[in-house]
Design a protein around this ligand. Structure first.
Ligand code: FES
Ligand code: FES
Length: 181
């Protein structure tokens, strides 16, 4: 039985992408990795458990949210604006380390990761959290709880959780615009 192909059009990291003849049952992780060679989105459990495959969706109302890709068909992303880890380093042109984003810098500075397989998912989740806190600043005494709620669903097989959490806490506490006065 042949599977019908379709055209997948969306925006990735600010660039319009269109690919024809994609089998309609293609998963989003496969689409990114196999059709676009964007291998920064990681495939681990493939069962919506570990979140290593997390990307960012930019909503029309200016908010952002994370989404898994391993259990999502690519066709569900047609017409959306998404960001993958390949777009993160462009966020901060002032960074002394090859334009890494502020989250990436914080994780690097704190030696937050070991093998790094889970890191794109953590970076994207933390990025969305910072964007949320820009809209809705958090009280200082709620920072740890807020980080825990955001990062807890992400699994790190090297078990480097403490430093991911500490790096993000340090970054948030050093950014007045994310904190309630
Ligand atoms: S690979 Fe998607 S949640 Fe684990
Ligand atoms: S750093 Fe290795 S899985 Fe997280």
């Amino acid at each position: 039985m042949s599977v019908t192909g379709t055209t997948i059009q969306l925006e990735i990291n600010g660039v319009a992408v269109s690919v024809d003849n994609v089998p309609i049952d293609t998963g989003m992780t496969d689409f990114l990795r196999e059709y676009l060679n964007m291998t920064g989105t990681r495939w681990s459990c493939r069962q919506a458990v570990c979140r290593s495959c997390t990307i960012i969706i930019d909503n029309p109302d200016g908010t952002s949210e994370t989404s898994l890709t391993c259990v999502m068909p690519a066709i569900t992303f047609i017409g959306k604006k998404i960001r993958t880890i390949e777009g993160a380093a462009k966020e901060n042109a002032d960074s002394p380390v090859a334009g890494l984003s502020r989250v990436q810098e914080a994780f690097l500075k704190n030696f937050a990761f070991q093998c790094g397989y889970c890191t794109p998912g953590f970076v994207n989740e933390a990025t969305v959290l910072l964007e949320k806190l820009k809209r809705e600043p958090v009280a200082r005494d709620q920072v740890e709880k807020t980080i825990t709620e955001a990062l807890d669903p992400h699994l790190c097989r090297c078990t480097g959780y403490v430093r991911y959490y500490a790096a993000l806490k340090e970054l948030i506490l050093a950014t007045p615009e994310l904190l309630k006065p």
